[in-house]
Design a protein around this ligand. Structure first.
Ligand code: IMP
Ligand code: MG
Length: 191
């Protein structure tokens, strides 16, 4: 136990390399709207929220608490193969779902859709498992780098400029997932 002196820590949330893009208030009111819409759309269905780890865990936690329906949750973890900095679209399943989705109405919950390569491959994989329906909810939609232009995002929180963003589950080399807002990293080389 330490006595007397406390270690001074620099604030992570007011870090000078961050510029807030969507505030905590912006996020909570938007997520509430999505919850209302999803509650209406899935009334009477057998809803499973499938969260893609790790980035979507914060969005999932908020979204599930504003969907006023009987539902279950499950998790998947995938790694995208990258060719240098570019996503190749090949994905490896690191953690699969715990339960079958046969006959269920699946809503995949993602943090951000960028090129769309990872998600379209994931939707192909899930598409062969006999679900009644599969739709996609992404907290952010970053349309500019999209390669899979045919990918339909059924629900999204905000459209995101073509900049590297962090917070609300999104990371830069593992850092910043705990920010309660979305921020642009001003100098990515300083992460
Ligand atoms: P893609 O759609 O296959 O290009 O990959 C999307 C994934 O890349 C997301 O699930 C995030 O993990 C990551 N990603 C894309 N853009 C950003 C960003 O601006 N900040 C943090 N992660 C990002
Ligand atoms: Mg992700």
């Amino acid at each position: 136990m330490t006595t007397g002196t406390t270690q001074s820590a620099e604030s992570e949330f007011t870090n000078s390399n961050l510029e807030v893009l969507f505030s905590e208030d912006d996020i909570s009111s938007r997520v509430r709207e999505l919850g209302t819409q999803i509650t209406a759309d899935y009334a009477g269905k057998d809803l499973v929220l499938v969260s893609v780890l790790k980035g979507s865990c914060v969005f999932l936690a908020d979204l599930m608490r504003v969907i006023d329906l009987k539902l279950t949750i499950d998790f998947m973890s995938v790694s995208s193969y990258k060719d240098g900095m570019k996503s190749t679209g090949d994905v490896e399943i690191l953690k699969d779902l715990s339960n079958s989705i046969r006959g269920k109405d699946v809503l995949v919950v993602e943090d951000i859709i960028d090129t769309g390569l990872t998600l379209s491959r994931l939707l192909d994989i899930l598409g062969s498992r006999g679900a009644n329906s599969i739709k996609l909810a992404s907290f952010l939609d970053k349309p500019e780098p999209r390669i899979k232009t045919e990918l339909a995002i059924d629900y999204f929180g905000f459209e995101c400029p073509n900049k590297f963003v962090v917070g609300y589950g999104l990371d830069a080399a593992g850092r910043y997932r705990n920010l309660p807002f979305i921020a642009v990293v001003k100098d990515p080389s300083a992460v």
